[in-house]
Design a protein around this ligand. Structure first.
Ligand code: SF4
Length: 354
């Protein structure tokens, strides 16, 4: 089983962020949220865990020690246990707490190595602070990755190259490089609507994402999903499980979960549950393959999800038509994977199949 736990707290809200997180929560509010998810986990018919992912928000803002006992009993040997870290979280004591918890992988949100950009993003750290924090965390957790955001307004290609180079100088084994999305109701969205900020057009943003791809691949990190690169063997096993269509339990306010045909979303007091038809469930699980380097294996899809078998011929025709324009490659009979161009338009290809 795979477990995702959401911690909806941050020191301050970043200007672009639409994730469920609140700034300024008191220690007792954070402790109550941790107690809630620990209780929910212990009340479940738990199963051995192959992957655990603590995300947010900023998980390390909370005292995570109440999780130690409840998780120790359920972590499978060799399980991957990831915690998202903010550069401001990294202290020797916090790293030690994570070691005691069984964490063996960290993902640090850095986003940029340009102090002016970090200030515009509302990040509460500088580039130099992020470098120190990443080195300190990586000394404890060699399986350490970081996140960047491509396409920030006003960033020249040269400045972006510098950010990517400074990221690579830290020798992360994993980099997530997201292209900026203007999320509704964020400070960035407001600034754009008021004309105070002009976003780069799609082509310019994608060009910067492509500059990052070239640099990351040249440094030996392989693109394995639209926004994710890793040294071989350091792909995020939790996210790969989700993208392969496996189940995952989602705990905490803002957490999404998938168990059988039921989808859950954590609210402040409980969980909203939606039950899908067998076909809708299978569709959602299957098409995500088109966002990954592994691609979509039509024969495997038909075997694993019988409700989708009748679609196989139509899907093959649709996907085969995207080979000549250079969007997909047929890597084996009936297996279609995205090219670099295909990664850029993966959402549209998935929509076509749906
Ligand atoms: S630290 Fe992460 S989750 Fe928190 S506001 Fe910033 S981007 Fe969002």
């Amino acid at each position: 089983m795979n477990l995702y736990v959401h911690f909806p707290f941050c020191r301050v809200k970043c200007s672009y962020c639409a994730l469920l997180s609140r700034g300024g929560a008191s220690e007792s509010v954070r402790a109550a949220a941790v107690a809630r998810v620990v209780r929910e986990w212990t009340e479940r018919d738990a199963a051995p865990l192959e992957t655990v992912y603590f995300g947010g928000g900023t998980p390390a803002l909370c005292d995570l020690s109440p999780w130690t006992g409840p998780l120790a009993a359920w972590l499978s040997p060799g399980a991957e246990f990831t915690v998202e870290l903010h550069p401001g979280d990294v202290t020797a004591a916090k790293l030690d707490e994570l070691v005691q918890l069984g964490v063996n992988r960290i993902s640090m949100g850095v986003q940029s190595f340009d102090d002016a950009v970090l200030a515009e993003m509302g990040r509460s750290h500088t580039a130099a602070m992020a470098e120190v924090a990443f080195r300190q965390a990586k000394a404890v957790f060699p399986n350490a990755g970081l996140d960047l955001i491509a396409g920030w307004p006003g960033v020249s290609d040269d400045a972006w190259r510098t950010t990517v180079a400074r990221a690579l100088a830290l020798e992360p084994v994993h980099v997530s490089c997201y292209t900026l999305i203007r999320e509704p109701k964020t400070r960035l969205d407001r600034a754009v609507r008021q004309g105070r900020v002009v976003l780069p057009d799609d082509a310019a943003a994608l060009a910067q994402a492509d500059l990052a791809r070239e640099a990351l691949e040249a440094a030996g990190l392989r693109r394995y999903e639209v926004s994710n690169y890793a040294r071989p063997g350091f792909e995020c096993r939790h996210n790969c499980a989700v993208w392969r269509g496996e189940d995952y339990v989602g705990l905490g306010e803002g957490a999404h979960g998938r168990e059988g045909t039921v989808r859950t979303v954590g609210t402040a007091t409980g969980y909203e549950r939606t039950t899908l038809t067998a076909e809708a469930d299978a569709l959602e699980r299957a098409v995500f393959g088109l966002r990954t380097a592994a691609g979509l294996d039509l024969q495997a899809v038909a075997r694993r999800w019988p409700p989708l078998a009748p679609r196989r011929d139509a899907w093959r025709a649709t996907l085969a038509a995207l080979v000549a324009p250079g969007i997909l490659v047929e890597t084996a009979p009936d297996v279609f994977a995205p090219t670099p161009r295909g990664f850029e338009v993966a959402g549209a290809v998935m929509a076509e199949l749906l």
